[in-house]
Design a protein around this ligand. Sequence first.
Ligand SMILES: C[S@@+](CC[C@H](N)C(=O)[O-])C[C@H]1O[C@@H](n2cnc3c(N)ncnc32)[C@H](O)[C@@H]1O
Length: 252
Amino acid sequence: MSNHEEFYDNPDVRAKYIARRTQSDNPNDTLERPIFLELAGNLNQLDIIDLGCGDASFGKEALLQGARSYIGIEASSAMIDLALATLTNTSGKVYHERLETWKAQSEQADLVASRLAFQYVENLEPVFREAYQALRPGGRMILSVEHPVITSNFTSLAEGHRTTWLVDDYFKPGARSHQWLGHAVTKYHRTLEEYFDLIRMTGFKLEHIRESCPQPQNFSSQKEYERRMRIPLFLFLSARQAIHASPTRDRT
Ligand SMILES: C[S@@+](CC[C@H](N)C(=O)[O-])C[C@H]1O[C@@H](n2cnc3c(N)ncnc32)[C@H](O)[C@@H]1O
């Protein structure tokens, strides 16, 4: 069993994760969600694939907004259970699969989304190539990840509620193990340049970069807003499938 499956399948982690996601001014709702949805824009009539979908709450939201279809890909069986519950009475589907082994059907989607999952994947290039194949010409991949200044070094997280952030070993990409939600987890650090190169080398055209700049109206606490003004938590990239087919794999 790989690291992230052990991590998210642990009942203690799952309980803490859900508690964190529902607490007031949590970073997902104040920082990640508003920018991701802004980048995604109108979801009406889109076929969507969500890589590392977690509880698939994006799927429910997208289908309510008129998305034509939603498929979530998720490695953790605990998260699959949550996703199936979220998608009850919708047309949304989830597949229990690792991103590393996921094989897309060619030109099946208008949008490949991935929210805060790619920092768990050691080798992203094949995943980006698969996403490219999955998209129709002109389709988009929109991703959010923990920001490289955060993944560079987790030492200050060990102190609990962060008041200082240490950026260190920035130009040393690779695994970073640390304690999160009371348990060890491994994430993979990449520089901004590496994300950009991955986008370009897999055939995508980068359209937008965002860095989770906080908006005061998304916070109930001024103090928390000020704290989030100090450092970017998340990085967002929005990229378009360049109209020509990728040369890397024959379309079926
Ligand atoms: C921080 S959660 C985010 C969940 C969801 N995208 C959201 O934003 O609410 C990261 C998710 O990615 C999944 N994940 C991590 N690595 C994965 C992999 N290699 N293959 C599939 N899913 C993975 C985890 O199991 C977890 O559900």
